[in-house]
Design a protein around this ligand. Structure first.
Ligand code: AMP
Ligand code: MG
Length: 434
């Protein structure tokens, strides 16, 4: 059986681009074409559903609110009396309604019911006059008839959500408000997509793991920790396959193991064209993988495709593969720009573009058109409410400290040229609210 090469069908979309200077937007689009959303789902209790992806629409089994109720502390009455009178209106207080303790008696003409916020509207009452608008004596209230319009301060049954309507749509990444919303519908659990399994490992003879001694010429492996942390943020199931030596057999064994156990495999290092860059050759043997030179800085080399657990295209189980560059900042930028949207789409959600915010850049930046740059910046709002951003000192793709120092990317568009101090740029903030 032959399996079509992953890239044969996308040749059309790649056609107009040079794969050695592939624009970021083209790479993002091609990657998304190759993503198949997960099919399997599982039920989880509401408590465990935060940041999971809804597998089906959530249909409301009840009206919310379940009954007409008061939006204010005040007095409920039948608004028919408003039409009959002008000036002051006096109503007798027939009883009380609290949230959880409805007034069940009848309300006669000329009567009202003392009512608290959230209490069900008594039968025959459609309007609440706030307590601030009345003069109350022991058994009666008086208020100006024009102080309140018919139907005021009443929340209607089902006005938030009608029974049978979709409260949340499949594909939604659940937020705190969604968890509360489902609780308000009385749901105890929810069907979500299973977690995406993402295997990752570092490559390089120079790499030592934290805890080991740093001998001459070696460095500590940071990418595996950065990748593990970025994956945790996306709420996927990370599978840490450790550090793999620059040895073709060791690489092949780890890649096969990864293809067997994961939906997606991330490697770092070994994708450029150095003599020890064996990841490249192994990926070519075990899968259908293409190598791109992205028109992006940092993060030029990137491998993308599939690898097969059977050791050749079409054999066994396929996992999507991203071979990320080894330089620590390049690893992160490639992850955020290329891998992250793909993982979100595979998880069953719609990747949303991260908002860009216009800012003034405090320093000049040298750049040539023809690649997208993601510089590290420190942004803040000035006294006039304008965003200002200063690039971190070093922009080296090896200097991970600049990612920690920064609070945003300064995004310099593909076609942009050099900038003077004070010029307008777009920034992408690292932190979000929910
Ligand atoms: P490579 O693409 O394998 O040549 O790696 C490019 C640069 O990134 C080299 O300086 C590597 O030492 C460095 N590098 C590769 N992998 C890692 C890692 N996991 N942690 C830190 N630095 C790395
Ligand atoms: Mg290497």
């Amino acid at each position: 059986m032959t399996t079509p090469n992953i890239f044969s069908a996308s040749a059309g979309s790649l056609g107009q681009f040079d794969p050695q200077a592939l624009p970021v937007s083209a790479a993002q689009a091609i990657v998304l074409q190759w993503v198949t959303p997960l099919a399997q789902g599982e039920r989880v209790p509401l408590r465990d559903a935060l940041a999971r992806v809804l597998a089906t629409d959530v249909i409301s089994p009840i009206d919310v609110p379940a009954h007409d109720n008061s939006a204010m502390d005040g007095y409920a009455f039948d608004s028919a009396v408003l039409a009959q009178r002008e000036g002051a209106l006096t109503l007798q207080v027939a009883g009380k309604a609290f949230a959880g303790h409805p007034f069940t008696g009848a309300v006669a003409a000329g009567e009202c019911v003392r009512i608290m916020t959230g209490a069900p509207m008594p039968a025959g009452c459609d309007t609440v006059v706030p307590q601030e608008s009345v003069t109350a004596s022991q058994h009666a209230i008086t208020f100006a008839a024009n102080a309140v319009a018919p139907g005021a301060n009443r929340r209607r049954q089902g006005e938030d959500l009608a029974r049978g309507s979709a409260a949340l749509r499949a594909g939604r990444v659940l937020r705190a408000s969604d968890i509360g919303l489902m609780a308000s519908l009385g749901l105890v659990d929810v069907k979500v997509k299973r977690r995406l399994r993402v295997a990752y490992f570092s490559t390089g003879d120079e790499l030592r793991s934290p805890g080991q001694t740093l001998d001459a010429g070696s460095i500590y492996d940071s990418n595996r920790y950065t990748l593990g942390a970025m994956l945790q943020r996306l709420n996927v199931e990370p599978i840490d396959l450790g550090v793999v030596r620059d040895d073709p057999d060791a690489l092949a064994a780890t890649l096969l193991q990864a293809a067997e156990s994961a939906d997606v495999v991330l490697t770092s290092g070994g994708v450029s064209v150095g003599e020890a860059d064996f990841t490249r050759t192994q990926l070519q043997t075990l899968g259908d993988v293409t190598f791109w030179g992205l028109a992006m800085r940092p993060g030029r080399p990137l491998a993308f495709g599939r690898i097969w657990s059977g050791g050749r295209p079409g054999a066994g189980r396929a996992a999507l593969l991203f071979g990320l560059p080894g330089n620590p900042v390049a690893t992160m930028v490639s992850f955020y720009q290329i891998v992250r949207p793909a993982l979100i789409a595979m998880s069953g959600a719609q990747p949303q573009p991260v908002p860009l915010i216009p800012a003034r850049c405090d320093a000049p930046i040298r750049k040539r058109p023809g690649r997208t740059e993601f510089q590290r910046g420190i942004a803040e709002r000035d006294a006039q409410g304008q965003w200002r951003v200063t690039p971190t000192g070093s922009q080296s793709s090896g200097a991970l400290s600049t990612m920690s120092e920064a609070n945003c990317f300064i995004v310099l568009a593909h076609e942009a040229d050099s900038l003077d101090a004070g010029d307008a740029v777009d920034i992408m903030l690292f932190d979000g609210l929910v």
